[in-house]
Ligand binder design. Structure first.
Ligand code: CUA
Length: 227
């Protein structure tokens, strides 16, 4: 989860988030190289000797400084497209979780089983326990098995919300009257926090998402004992 002074992305807890972090670093390196080059060129303008005062065109240099940025953009665009299509690829999910956005809470349905469904509200500040995080913990967590493909279907009942978990690389808008699909694969046990990220009204900041990732054995146990 995000803590104080966290400048970078949160650690990835899924293979796709790992890829997103790699892509971010790759693009940032290119950005830094461009910034350094342009800063150097601009700095040099201060020491201009006005030698080429009457220079109006130069076919070769114009060719080079047109093609070079185009090549640079390809180096960003191709990995970006690869990621974009990779993120949407879903094969053989083990379970499907349905997540419905409301003003201002999420509700969840596990329709693969005995139609388990529950609401998930943020724990108000005055009811926090010592092991809770303010504005981030909920009364009913999503329980999911790690090391399995999970499909989530996202929708909303009133306005547009957005189901977002940074450490899993998931961000899907929840639109009323529309069902969106995405997938993820959690590669370790743990608790993963997310928040609504579509400005959805007065209490937009207060509809967090909490996923508890456990082993498949414990997950089956949880399903069996759910009442
Ligand atoms: Cu729901 Cu912002």
């Amino acid at each position: 989860m995000a803590t104080w002074s966290n400048f970078n992305l949160q650690n990835g807890a899924s293979p796709l988030m790992e890829q997103i972090i790699f892509f971010h670093d790759h693009t940032l390196i290119i950005l830094i190289m461009i910034t350094i080059l342009v800063s150097y060129l601009m700095l040099n303008l201060f020491f201009n000797k006005y030698i080429n005062r009457f220079l109006l065109e130069g076919q070769l240099i114009e060719m080079i400084w047109t093609i070079l940025p185009a090549i640079t953009l390809i180096f960003i665009a191709l990995p970006s497209l690869r990621l974009l299509y990779l993120l949407d690829e879903l094969n053989n999910p083990l379970i499907t979780l349905k997540s419905i956005g409301h003003q201002w809470y999420w509700s969840y349905e596990y329709s693969d089983f005995h139609n388990i469904e529950f609401d998930s509200y943020m724990i108000p500040s005055n009811e926090l326990s010592n092991n809770n995080f303010r504005l981030l913990d909920v009364d009913n967590r999503i329980i999911l098995p790690m090391n399995n493909q999970i499909r989530i279907m996202v929708t909303a009942t009133d306005v547009i919300h957005s189901w977002t978990i940074p450490s899993l690389g998931v961000k899907v808008d929840a639109n009323p009257g529309r069902l969106n699909q995405t997938n993820f694969f959690i590669n370790r046990p743990g608790i993963f926090y997310g928040q609504c990220s579509e400005i959805c009204g007065a209490n937009h900041s207060f509809m967090p998402i909490v996923i508890e990732s456990i082993s498949i054995k414990n997950f089956i146990n949880w399903i069996n004992n759910y009442s």
